[in-house]
Design a protein around this ligand. Structure first.
Ligand SMILES: [Zn+2]
Length: 174
């Protein structure tokens, strides 16, 4: 398919008024033809197999004020909304990726008989190397010290370090 010329200059030539974002301000005499072009582009986009062709269609459509989000962008938006909701509801978050506990599962690690801590989500806990994981646990302890004056005993620190190793051994090597 021949690429369509939907540049602002070309649209103006066809009697369409567009603002600097490419949004149509007024339907010109060629308004119907214009909407046909958008439809054609969307059809072309949907049937395109090559990512480069899709990208070209996306760019052309954006010039017309039509934004097509990529799967990745949609996922990012969903994540943003979920995290924003969690933030407003007062949920705390993974210290590595920032995802909040209203939707993301955390990795719980005991440091004595009745208490546990979860500075990381399950995903980050599994993906990061042991040394990195350990840093986040110590970061959380520092936060507790600053916020509540709570400190952990040497035995409690040894306890969670052992449990982190155990947690990681279950899935992969340290
Ligand atoms: Zn995370």
């Amino acid at each position: 398919m021949k690429p369509l010329n939907l540049s602002l200059k070309n649209l103006a030539k066809q009697g369409l008024q567009v603002n600097s974002y490419g949004t149509i301000l007024e339907r010109g005499r060629d308004g119907t033809a214009f909407s046909c072009k958008v439809k054609t582009l969307i059809r072309h986009y949907n049937s395109a197999r090559k990512e480069s062709v899709k990208e070209q269609c996306r760019k052309e459509l954006e010039k017309c004020g039509v934004k097509i989000f990529t799967e990745e962008e949609i996922e990012d938006m969903k994540k943003y909304i979920k995290n924003k909701t969690g933030d407003l509801l007062g949920y705390s978050n993974c210290l590595h990726c920032g995802d909040r506990w209203n939707w993301k599962s955390y990795h719980c690690t005991r440091f004595n008989d009745s208490e546990s801590m979860f500075p990381l989500c399950e995903e980050c806990f599994q993906e990061l190397p042991y040394r990195e994981v350990l840093k986040y646990y110590h970061k959380l302890i520092q936060q507790w010290e600053c916020d509540y004056g709570k400190s952990l005993s040497t035995a409690e620190i040894e306890c969670f370090e052992k449990n982190i190793r155990r947690g990681k051994e279950n899935t992969r090597e340290l």
